[in-house]
Design a protein around this ligand. Structure first.
Ligand code: H79
Length: 677
């Protein structure tokens, strides 16, 4: 994994810390702007909620294969992942001939799916421009048999069909122009050069072109912030004046936070409170076309991701990777059409909505909209209740009406108050297996009492466990039961941590004025038998360590490989052991557990790692990634336990930290004193 990713994470963290209205200094706006102006500028985007991402370029020719062999990783990275020399990569352009490109059909398909905007790669990290660039010959007009600008007809089609258009433009990486490989890797002399010169001579002129020659451009989607200094970023900012009202994401770098957060390939747990955000997501595992990748998400998963993003106040930018002929792969077309069947019925519950007023709902998600005198809650039911009763817990408002969005007559569904909850009676069959939307209109703004918080260090235990239960706010009593039943006014009141000694289901609920005020938080904590310690006489301090060489993207089966070297190590520290790429370590020995109880183990590694106690994998932290921590739990008896940590590094930076925590033991690196061989 590479340094730039860490820098990227750092920048992302700084960007999050900087949230709030745009300030006047370098970390904030392009131009000073009032909150009202900002809201006006962002309004269409906030309403849109759903867009199409298009990753298209010369990488669709190799389509994931180089010299007859599949290349690991995402398709648009093939040049970098396989270290294809520039001259050789450029030859793929001779076979980039999208004669079947039908931009009108693409835009109609996006519209049919319910999308409101399209973001297309004007240029990805391979530097290939999909437009007629005067700054280079490495573009569709000069380098391909097709010879025509691809963006212009798409821009026109967007105009005809009323969709907004934006450009993804890789401003900081360009593996086919000198100076563009300063941060993305470097494997060919032709890439030598100065990044500042690259930005001045290629990147800035190209951004000027795409913001000048294609009519209205609503979004500029920078990628990636790594390597971008404040000065480099500032070279682009004046160009934004070419498109008044343009929205830019947070990946320009140089300390500029941009308008939108851009979680890639996930929907963030709680959204980004106070910030606009957009999840970008692939339908399979690649952005650029890769013919071997058939790992498609179901249409139902995609619909639910759209709902999930909207329920947290964010947008969903769903990707397609067209072929070199200019076709959107059929599995993508099918899914877009299926999503369209859903949005045609349920779009009202997505567009122009606000995030859910509920922290969580057992059966699905919620979005909301203000209406005169009240609020429309859109209840997206994922798990249709078997008893036909949809319970919306902790909701204090009076109900006005309820109906199914799929019901053309909008016939009223019965709604009743049962204690803290509004309960909607539903027909027996779910109208849609992806998500069925029940509209519940209430008076006023939603007033929700959340269920109590329940916290403990572990989810299982060996002797006893303390569970802390807290109300979600002031003015509530919290009562609990330990038999799985819903707490009533006669249940025990929470006065301090609840100590468990057996496997127990803890249920807690808020009360106010002698009545239930919230739904129930319910968790089961399991008592488990600790793994007994092993006996081992004459154990020496330290660990056995083996070094392996090889290029992996996931942990190999080291037991089948021959180590290059074997030796001993005082602990799991790899600093100074190896600094190049493509290697792996296996540490083996025993860990002395000071007291019987539940232990959490952690590995933080770059790239993948795994920790086993005995034969049991406790921490699985596999795959290519930057420093990333994973946790696992196990119950252990006091004494020695076999421990094994496997680790590999493919490229760039490496790191491994192995930690634990247990009874009376705060989280810390496993010290050498606890390790034996
Ligand atoms: O355009 C898509 C990606 O190509 C781009 N962003 C989305 C929208 C992107 N550029 N950089 N990154 C994402 C982050 C870097 C990922 C990497 Fe890797 C991990 C680079 C090296 C290791 C992925 C895995 C690419 C090559 C191997």
């Amino acid at each position: 994994m590479r340094l730039q990713i860490r820098i990227g994470i750092l920048i992302a963290c700084v960007a999050v810390l900087h949230c709030g209205p745009r300030s006047g200094d370098g970390a904030g706006p392009v131009r000073p702007e009032s909150l009202k102006q900002r809201n006006e500028r962002m309004a269409w985007w906030r309403d849109a909620r759903f867009g199409l991402f298009i990753h298209w370029g010369v990488y669709s020719v190799p389509a994931g294969e180089y010299r007859g062999r599949p290349v690991d990783g995402i398709g648009e990275w093939i040049m970098n992942n396989a270290h294809i020399p520039c001259a050789e990569y450029r030859r793929y352009a001779k076979r980039f001939n999208p004669v079947r490109y039908d931009p009108d059909a693409w835009v109609r398909l996006a519209k049919e799916a319910g999308m409101k905007y399209i973001i297309i790669t004007s240029k990805h990290h391979d530097g290939f421009a999909l437009f007629d660039s005067k700054a280079t010959e490495w573009d569709v007009v000069d380098a391909t048999p097709y010879g025509k600008d691809l963006l212009k007809p798409l821009a026109e089609a967007c105009g005809r069909h009323g969709l907004r258009l934006g450009f993804y433009h890789s401003q900081a990486q360009d593996w086919n122009h000198p100076g563009g490989s300063a941060i993305g890797g470097h494997w060919d002399k032709a890439q030598d050069g100065d990044m500042d010169a690259y930005i001045r001579d290629i990147a800035v002129p190209q951004v000027r072109e795409i913001l000048s020659n294609y009519g209205p451009v609503s979004v500029i989607w920078w990628d990636t912030p790594e390597g971008m200094t404040k000065e480099r970023a500032e070279a682009f900012l004046p160009l934004l004046d070419l498109q008044p009202g343009i929205i830019q994401n947070n990946r320009l770098g140089g300390g500029y936070e941009g308008d939108t957060e851009t979680p890639e390939q996930y929907v963030p747990a709680t959204g980004f409170p106070g910030r606009d955000w957009e999840t970008c997501m692939t339908m399979n595992d690649t952005w650029g076309y890769k013919k071997s990748d058939q790992n498609w998400k179901s249409a139902r998963t995609l619909v639910r991701q759209l709902v999930e993003a909207a329920s947290k106040g964010g947008n969903y930018l769903l990707n397609v990777g067209p072929t070199s002929e200019g076709l959107i792969p059929e599995p993508s077309v099918e899914r877009l059409k299926a999503i369209g069947r859903w949005t045609r019925v349920n779009g009202e519950a997505i567009y122009g909505t606000q995030a859910s007023p509920f922290r969580s709902l057992e059966w699905g998600r919620c979005t909301q909209k203000s209406v005169p005198g009240g609020t429309r809650l859109y209840l997206h039911v994922f798990d249709w209740p078997a008893d036909g009763k949809l319970t919306v817990s902790g909701l204090r408002n009076r109900p006005k009406t309820a109906f199914l969005l799929s019901d053309p007559d909008r016939s009223a569904l019965p709604v009743e108050r049962i204690e803290d909850a509004l309960v909607v009676t539903l027909p027996s069959a779910a109208p849609d297996t992806a998500a069925s939307v029940v509209v519940l209109e209430i008076q006023g703004k939603p007033e929700v009492v959340e269920t109590p918080d329940m916290a403990s260090d572990f989810t299982s235990f060996t002797d006893s466990l303390d569970v802390t239960i807290a109300p979600p706010g002031r003015g509530f009593d919290v009562r609990y039961t330990l038999d799985g039943s819903a707490p009533s006014i006669s249940s025990a009141k929470v006065k301090g941590p609840v100590r468990l000694r057996e496997t127990t289901t803890v249920s807690a609920r808020c009360f106010r004025g002698g009545r239930p005020a919230s739904g129930v938080t319910r968790r089961t904590y399991e008592k488990i038998a600790p793994v007994p310690a092993v006996t081992r006489t004459g154990a020496a301090p330290g660990l056995a360590v083996s070094l392996y060489e090889g290029e992996w993207s996931v942990l190999p089966d080291f037991r089948k490989l021959r180590p290059l070297r074997r030796g001993t190590a005082a602990d799991f520290d790899i600093a100074g052991r190896r600094t190049d790429d493509k290697f792996g370590f296996v540490f083996e020995g025993f860990v002395r557990v000071p007291a019987t109880g539940l232990y959490a183990f952690f590995t933080e590694s770059d790239d993948g790692s795994r920790l086993l106690i005995g034969e049991k994998p406790v921490v699985v932290n596999d795959g290519l990634h930057g420093m990333e921590e994973r946790r696992g739990e196990i119950a252990l008896g006091a004494g020695l336990h076999p421990i094994r940590v496997e680790f590999f590094e493919k490229t760039g930076e490496e790191g491994l930290v192995v930690s634990w925590l247990g009874p009376g033991l705060p989280k810390q690196r496993i010290p050498g004193e606890a390790l034996f061989r």
